[in-house]
Design a protein around this ligand. Structure first.
Ligand SMILES: [Zn+2]
Length: 688
């Protein structure tokens, strides 16, 4: 007798769709154990739904096979939407325990579905006849996507192959969980302790206070400088104590590379198992598998694009280094990697008269959000945002807004969770609690997470210019989710190929410094004065400064990602840190002064996120972004007509049409790389 299938108790708030407005999860009543129970029961429920599809005596049709599959797993989706977000935003030891328990079960669950030969036979049959049954274009695409998902998941393998694949997926899922958890714990452990406030010279009063709070939160004396996710740490811009700069830098680049939370063996094992899985699926490398489901399509296309940018970005970074060496020499300092950000800021201030740190009083979080981000979305798309203080988030930091369209009709909910705290992963992101779908009758409920430092009690929260950009960026993802108007949840909002998903969010960054938008939100927190025009011009003039560094550190991380995912099962990796160095040298991007934006042991995107062999996506989408910025400008910029065109033809269709066709529908042609190359100062070395 098999063990009885887990069930969900009726008093579990996740048992049924939420009764709250827009199906916002009833967070107040949801305990972690409810999530665990719903995840386990949700998997069992979906397996029995799939068994019913497979067991059907009727011949396979779109409705009884693909559509039934699309509808299946409702409880599981609901549980994941809540638990996945909690694990990212309010992680606790118990959350991590449940993640470790569920990850291998979930991998086995996915495999049980994707590797079910009887289910695949039915999908294959529907796929073969997809054009002959009066299906509309979105339904045909749904069939094609399911078919590709199954093929890339190994549905065509024989029994022995399927068994091995299942083992590989199991172990990979456990390894990814370990990688993420190691990184979080290693980063927390590597936060830099400072005993004496004098060492913090250069930081503002509130930054010193926040370092004191960070220490106090962990019952430590003195001050604590927590590490953020990428290599570069914002405090390095300001710290005058060179030895402390070195300590922060080294803590950053060596995190999770030794000791209790060493990610080196984890990363190497992940890459090797992915290589084995790729071979099993009939591909040369894991990168080939990933690119089969992308708009780039081939490793060649990715290589060509990256290689075309390397020489100019290396030359530009070297030119910047020369200028920085001179600035450092005035202090008797021989420029090292930990000095780069400090002198770069000094040069920016001297040459372009922009002191980015001094801009913060103009960027008060709520003004940026309401009068900047929301305002731009209203002018472009007609969206309006009304606070819903009656609706509760999953943490006291979370705020909820109801979104309505130009006609006043309700659209969905937007949740904002902007502050850094222990238990929240680094970086910034958007995700969904409810995916828009006409089939299921669900409106979108989306959330943005940032990691903005808290202000001292009673003080306004001020953003850096970078954080302002990040907010516009993440909100661009939120708009993608909120604009969604598709039938099938599989295609909702941001469910597009990875090398396309950053495109709408990057486009939204263009409004951060757009004159009409900026003038509206950038008001001095004390005086209400607008940002002086000269400062805005200087920000613009300074845009290319540092672009050599930024492009090179990004390309280095991208090429490192490709190197890890071009190995075969026979590749002798050796020590992952040495492998990394060899890979960077081979690609022509090894630089002691410009380390990759992420090094192997903290490259969460590729070892514990969805970006394996896909980190190139950011610059790939940026080609589309820069060309679209030109399109907006050619058509008069911030106008409802432009916004509506972009929203209806591109944002709203999500993954329901070919993404590059959606781009062409707006732009009228394929993307031109010229605007991107100009934006990054790379034109001279590249034939556009
Ligand atoms: Zn993004």
């Amino acid at each position: 007798m098999p063990a009885p299938a887990p069930t969900v108790s009726p008093d579990n708030p996740l048992a049924e769709p939420s009764p709250l407005p827009f199906q916002l999860p009833p967070f107040a009543g949801i305990a972690l154990e409810h999530c665990r129970e719903a995840l386990l029961a949700g998997m069992a429920e979906q397996r029995s739904e799939v068994a019913a599809i497979v067991g059907s005596a009727e011949p396979p049709t779109f409705e009884n096979t693909v559509l039934a599959l699309e509808r299946s797993g409702a409880l599981l989706h609901r549980a994941w939407a809540v638990f996945g977000n909690l694990a990212s935003s309010v992680s606790t030891p118990r959350t991590r325990e449940i993640e470790r328990e569920i990850a291998p079960l979930e991998a086995a669950h996915d495999d049980a579905i994707r590797l079910d030969p009887a289910l695949f036979a039915r999908i294959d049959a529907v796929h073969a006849n997809r054009d002959d049954n009066g299906l509309d274009a979105e339904a045909i695409r749904l069939v094609e996507r399911y078919h590709l998902d199954f093929v890339l998941s190994g549905a065509r393998l024989d029994e022995a192959g399927r068994a091995r694949l299942t083992e590989l997926n199991q172990e990979l899922s456990e390894l990814s969980t370990s990688f993420g958890q190691n990184l979080q714990l290693a980063s927390e452990a590597a936060a830099v302790r400072v005993a004496d406030a004098a060492e913090l010279a250069g930081l503002s009063e509130e930054e010193v206070a926040s370092a004191a709070t960070a220490a106090a939160e962990r019952s430590l004396e003195g001050y604590l400088l927590p590490l953020l996710l990428p290599t570069g740490q914002p405090v390095l811009v300001k710290l005058r104590d060179r030895d402390l700069r070195r300590r922060v830098f080294e803590a950053s680049v060596h995190r999770a590379a030794s000791g209790e939370h060493d990610n080196r063996p984890v990363a190497a094992r992940i890459a090797r198992l992915r290589a084995e899985r790729a071979r099993l699926l009939g591909f040369d490398t894991h990168a080939d598998v990933v690119l089969a489901d992308s708009t780039a399509r081939t490793t060649d296309a990715v290589d060509r694009m990256l290689a075309s940018m390397v020489p100019a970005s290396v030359a530009n970074a070297e030119a910047e280094a020369e200028i920085l060496r001179e600035a450092a020499a005035r202090d008797g300092v021989e420029l090292a990697a930990w000095d780069w950000a400090f002198y770069s800021e000094q040069v920016r201030t001297e040459r372009y008269a922009v002191d980015t740190a001094a801009l913060r009083p103009w960027f008060e979080l709520d003004r940026v959000l309401v009068d900047g981000v929301f305002r731009a979305a209203e002018l472009l798309y007609g969206f309006r945002f009304a606070p819903r203080p009656d609706l509760q988030g999953y943490h006291p930091d979370v705020r909820v807004w109801e979104v309505s369209d130009a006609a006043g009709s309700p659209v969905g909910l937007y949740l904002g969770d902007f502050h850094a705290r222990e238990g929240k992963r680094g970086g910034a992101w958007m995700s969904s609690f409810v995916r828009q779908s006409r089939l299921l009758g669900t409106p979108p409920v989306v959330v943005n997470n940032l990691n903005v430092s808290r202000a001292a009690a009673g003080q306004p929260v001020l953003l850096t210019l970078d954080e302002v950009n990040t907010l516009f960026h993440e909100f661009g993802h939120a708009l993608h989710g909120l604009s969604s108007a598709v039938t099938y949840p599989r295609f909702s909002g941001t469910s597009v190929p990875r090398d396309f998903v950053e495109f709408p969010s990057q486009v939204n960054e263009m409004w951060a410094l757009w004159p009409e938008v900026l003038a509206h939100y950038a008001r001095h927190v004390d005086t209400g004065d607008p940002l002086p025009a000269a400062v805005v011009e200087a920000i613009d003039a300074a845009k290319l400064w540092g672009e050599g560094f930024r492009t090179l550190e990004y390309l280095a991380a991208t090429l490192l990602d490709q190197a890890w995912h071009r190995i075969t099962p026979e590749t002798e990796v050796g020590d992952p840190v040495d492998f990394e160095q060899r890979a960077l040298e081979a690609a022509g991007v090894a630089s002691p002064l410009v380390p990759p934006r992420y090094r192997t042991t903290y490259f969460q995107h590729i070892f514990a996120g969805g970006y394996a062999a896909g980190y190139y996506s950011y610059i790939w989408s940026e080609v589309l972004d820069a060309d679209t910025v030109e399109w907006f400008k050619e058509n008069g910029g911030l106008r409802r007509e432009n916004g509506d065109e972009f929203r209806t033809k591109l944002l709203s269709v999500g993954g329901s049409v070919d993404p590059l066709a959606a781009f062409r529908a707006v732009r009228g042609r394929d993307a031109d790389p010229g605007p991107l190359l100009r934006r990054r100062g790379l034109i001279p070395a590249v034939q556009a």
